[in-house]
Design a protein around this ligand. Sequence first.
Ligand SMILES: Cc1cc2nc3c(=O)[nH]c(=O)nc-3n(C[C@H](O)[C@H](O)[C@H](O)COP(=O)(O)O)c2cc1C
Length: 191
Amino acid sequence: MTEPLARFSEWYEHAVAAGVVEPEAMALATASADGIPSVRFVLLKGIDDRGVEFFTNYESRKARELTENPRAALAILWKPLQRQVRLEGPVELLSGEESDAYFATRSRGSQLGAWASRQSEAIPDREWLETRLREMDTSYPEIVPRPPHWGGFLLRPGTIEFWEGRPNRLHDREAFTRGADGAWHARRLSP
Ligand SMILES: Cc1cc2nc3c(=O)[nH]c(=O)nc-3n(C[C@H](O)[C@H](O)[C@H](O)COP(=O)(O)O)c2cc1C
């Protein structure tokens, strides 16, 4: 993997090794076609040369916004390490094969939950969800297939910024921008 995605991956592995709680939790910002922003946490599920992967419901608010406006921003904080990484760029769907492969690694409960939840829609009460989960459990007594409305997204970062806390609030900020030729250009930013 090339800089700076390799560095992001190293920082993530370091956070895991350091025992940071939920090191994969990252804030995902999207916006509707008319520019109204929204943000929520999702889990980082993969980093490779292309970018960063997360999984969700394709009919959720975030997915609807990513369909009308396929660009997003991510921020991830490893507080005990005084490290933040920000990524911005276009977003695309992961392939069905990649989503199937990840779905197969999830627990049965999470797999059934993906079928039961109509993410982001209003529902009558908690009981509605519990009933749906029991129905799905009956419908899929053995293997739970991936729901067509559930899968991954890939954010291909055009910018990545590494932030590291330093004394006197003179923090380190190093921003990488990908040029039209695909090469990364580094700049140091004032804190
Ligand atoms: C730490 C944390 C991790 C989460 N991870 C995911 C995730 O990986 N995928 C997901 O769809 N929702 C995840 N959620 C729930 C989302 O924050 C959000 O409630 C949900 O996706 C609906 O968002 P939307 O209505 O904006 O689409 C997570 C929440 C928290 C607090």
